[in-house]
Design a protein around this ligand. Structure first.
Ligand code: AKB
Length: 313
């Protein structure tokens, strides 16, 4: 299967792995990577790359027209912790980049859009355990507000203009190829790097903070699955709940100690604790299971093994 794809925000945590996976699937030349900065070697060398500011409509349009792009994956975003520090910049990046891509689809310059949402769309009044697909959504963070608004706009563009936009609400993503930046769930990656450096980890969340998480391989599989699914099976045009595993800092520490028995952790919660406290502990993703056969594969034990093995190489 060949198709012309553009990834915006290709050098970030998800974008890097997504670009490589899509290039393997559809061919290196078919997948144009773009970002505001250059990324890692494997990404830069395996196919076309363009410097692109996602907030600049004309620049995005030029690349779409030049490469005759059919599908756009918009991965550029400012995450929860950074967005609290720069609310207006976060709003500008997270919303305007989405409008640009939705408008290109509305004008039929592209056929299909993937846009990631997040568990951050939920808030303190949302049921915490087994959070349903449709429930109270009163996000209390800048990032969450932008993602929830984005979901409403995706749904609107689908209903009003027939735009084929697809989305999942990613939990915290755990990966070893590229570091995350500016998220509240980033501790679950930092902790592996610190354990392998034989150092004590200072955790910015408290020991009992249970959050939904997912290993990156599962997230990439979900992203490709929803994009390849027949359009008439997609019943959620806002965004789908997506579940992998849920754990606390204390639980991931115990898992790491199976291989590093002397690994030490101390808890020093900062402003990110309040963000984490506003998010669900676990997610019900039965709509994704029903509509496009979604099922996660990695649990905490397998994720810990993969992380320690790959980062330890
Ligand atoms: C963050 O922590 O901001 C992200 C997310 C859950 O969307 N990882």
């Amino acid at each position: 299967m060949r198709k012309s794809i553009l990834i915006i925000g290709a050098c970030g945590q998800i974008g890097t792995e997504l670009t490589l996976a899509l290039r393997e699937r559809y061919g290196n030349d078919q997948v144009v990577a773009s970002d505001i900065r250059e990324g890692n070697e494997s990404l830069m060398e395996s196919g076309p790359f363009e410097i692109l500011d996602a907030t600049n409509y004309e620049a995005v349009e030029n690349i779409v027209m030049h490469y005759e792009i059919e599908e756009v994956y918009l991965m550029a975003a400012m995450l929860s912790a950074t967005a609290e520090k720069f609310p207006m910049r976060a709003w500008d990046l997270n919303m305007n980049s989405l409008f640009h891509v939705l408008n290109l689809a509305k004008e039929k310059k592209i056929n299909k859009v993937f846009w990631p949402s997040s568990i951050a769309v939920f808030g303190p009044t949302t049921p915490k355990e087994g959070t349903p697909q449709h429930t109270i959504m009163e996000p209390s963070t800048v990032y969450g507000i932008s993602k929830q608004s984005g979901e409403r706009w995706c749904s609107y563009y689908f209903k009003k203009y027939g735009v084929d936009v697809r989305s999942v609400r990613y939990p915290g993503l755990i990966s070893w190829k590229t570091l995350p930046g500016g998220g509240t769930t980033d501790y679950a990656i930092d902790i592996f790097h610190t354990a392998l450096a034989n150092k004590k980890y200072k955790c910015f969340l408290n020991e009992g903070t249970k959050l939904p998480m997912m290993y990156m391989d599962d997230a990439i599989r979900a992203t490709i699955a929803i994009m390849e699914c027949d359009a008439d099976k997609i019943t959620e045009r806002s965004s789908y709940n997506l579940a992998g595993m849920s754990f606390t800092p204390a639980e991931i520490t115990n898992c790491i100690r199976k291989q590093f028995p002397s690994f030490e952790i101390e808890y020093e919660p900062d402003f990110r604790q309040e963000i984490a406290d506003s998010w669900p502990s676990s997610i019900d993703d039965s709509a994704a299971q029903r509509d496009w056969d979604w099922k996660s594969q990695f649990d905490l034990d397998q994720t810990t093994e993969e992380m320690l093995r790959n980062l330890g190489k």
